[in-house]
Design a protein around this ligand. Structure first.
Ligand code: SAH
Ligand code: SF4
Ligand code: F3S
Length: 470
């Protein structure tokens, strides 16, 4: 792995009982990275604390996906000034995607930030923290083509002991025109499947009941002994035959423990293929649920978003999923008011939602991100109030669809993996069914980590409510 430390650091062994505290923002990849960071810090003598006021080092693992995400971090950094006032030795580090996007700017603008580290440079973190302890500020935002942290066994943070993330790849090569991720996380690379299976085994042995395989585009996973994916087409026949695709990987992980559920996220409509769908059918423990972001329902908008599929392609994928896995849950990501989107094009998004009948969606107003193709070449010309109104229409429709889909469960029994106490009552357990819909029921004799058959009696937009029958 090649890393470049912009500010020269010394090999300094950290000693004493110092503690770090970490907050994660953004997507599951970041939460998963925080567990890798935890492991790296622990190896260098740092303990983990859940109390920011006990910490010698505070890390914010940040997200840059929308302007709002960055505003949240800036506000949090301002707030952390209070901690720093009470303890001038406190070290504050900004990690993750916002660190990568803003690089030295964070050190210059936000005087209270001591260390800035991007997603591929976490192995350097202890050295950089040591450098700060010596009175300097430190940064490493170099992206790598190989780093997957494959052999690092993540420190499970704030875990319920039931579900865990396993990162299977890093980066993204897709260059959707609105998206900052390729700039903050670099080139796509897949992690060695053996290390993935080993991590799944460790989790199963530790009593975990669910793993989620993570990547920005999991269907593009490909392992053929390492090396850049572009070299795959020149590989010899036996290398090609032995390559591990996402469908194969899914199967390998599903076989680890038939009692451990397997989920994955995110699928890209251009890459998800029948092999994956058939593998999902073959194993009961692979959850019948696919997160399949459409972003828009209009072909022209999809084209300028550089999503590389059309409305028809997307609808065909949904049809294919329902043909092969009729009970499959499908969720979506949608962006309202992308550059030059007309009213008719917005209506196409609503009709795509109607036709696809998503169980739920994550819905956003378009937020221009500096450096992306859209920021460079397109005008962010949909007025704020129009974006807001379109987003409201999208949310209202999704709420109707979710309520209709959830209502169909009334009178049916679903298998739930209980993963927490309900937020509303500690007499109720909460969990998810196969389709990733939240289910709440009176706990009775059941406990977190149990599989429970729940008869659904009533529903809301977000939740199925019922009683245990086993
Ligand atoms: N890799 C995933 C998505 C990662 S980002 C995929 O391809 O689907 C999560 C979601 O954030 C995206 O699906 C998109 O809906 C949203 N998003 C990304 N950039 C955005 C932007 N500039 N403005 C608004 N929403 C954005
Ligand atoms: Fe962003 Fe597109 Fe990559 Fe998803 S696939 S992370 S939206 S560039
Ligand atoms: Fe945010 Fe980075 Fe994830 S920008 S959505 S934390 S990959």
């Amino acid at each position: 792995m090649s890393t470049e430390v912009l500010q020269q650091t010394k090999e300094t062994q950290l000693t004493g009982n110092k503690q770090f505290y970490i907050e994660s923002y953004g997507c599951a990849m970041n939460f998963s990275d925080s567990e890798i960071i935890g492991s790296i810090m622990a190896e260098h003598g740092y303990g983990h604390t859940n109390d920011e006021f006990d910490a010698d080092v505070i890390f914010l693992n940040t997200c840059a996906i929308r302007e709002n995400a960055e505003k949240t971090i800036r506000d949090r950094l301002k707030h952390l000034r209070l901690n720093k006032k009470k303890n001038s030795d406190l070290i504050i580090g900004v990690l993750g995607c916002m660190a990568e996007r803003l690089k030295t700017k964070l050190l210059e603008e936000e005087k209270l930030v001591d260390v800035v580290v991007g997603p591929d440079a976490y192995r350097d973190l202890p050295k950089l923290v040591a450098e700060v302890e010596e009175g300097n500020r430190a940064i490493n935002v170099l992206l790598s083509r190989e780093e997957t942290y494959a052999e690092i066994s993540p420190m499970r943070l704030n875990t319920n002991g039931v579900s865990a993330f396993i990162s299977i790849m890093r980066g993204c090569d897709n260059m959707c025109s609105f998206c900052v991720v390729p700039f903050t996380r670099g080139r796509e690379r897949s992690r060695d499947p053996e290390s993935i299976v080993a991590e799944a085994k460790t989790l199963s042995e530790a009593g975990y009941k669910e793993v989620t395989l993570l990547g920005q585009n999991v269907d593009s996973y490909l392992w053929f002994g390492g090396g850049p994916k572009v070299e795959f087409k020149n590989a010899d026949d036996s290398t090609k035959a032995n390559a591990v695709t996402f469908a194969k990987l899914l199967e390998m992980v599903a076989k680890v423990d038939p009692n451990m559920r397997v989920r994955f996220s995110t699928s890209h409509p251009k890459d998800i293929c029948d092999d994956v769908l058939y593998t999902m059918c073959k194993y009961d423990n692979i959850c019948k649920y696919i997160h399949l972001p459409a972003q828009s329902g209009n072909t022209r908008v999809l084209e300028i978003m550089n999503r590389t599929y059309t409305r028809e392609w997307y609808l065909d994928k949904v049809k294919r999923i329902r043909e092969i896995i009729p009970e499959c849950g499908i969720s979506c990501d949608i962006i309202a008011g992308f550059c030059s989107e007309t009213e008719e094009e917005h209506q196409d998004t609503l009709s795509l939602m109607q036709q696809s009948r998503f169980d739920f969606s994550y819905m956003y107003k378009y937020s221009e991100r500096p450096g992306t193709l859209a920021a460079k070449k397109m005008e962010d010309d949909v007025p704020e109030e129009v974006k807001s109104r379109r987003l409201t229409e999208i949310i209202q429709l999704q709420n109707e669809l979710s309520l209709q889909n959830n209502s169909a469960y009334i009178g049916k029994t679903v298998r739930v993996l209980a993963d927490s106490l309900s937020k509303k009552s500690d007499q109720d357990l909460s969990g998810r069914n196969d389709q990733n819909i939240k289910v709440v029921f009176p706990k009775g004799e059941h406990k977190i980590g149990d599989y429970v058959d729940v008869l659904i009696e009533r529903v809301t937009v977000t939740t199925l409510i019922g009683k245990a029958i086993n």
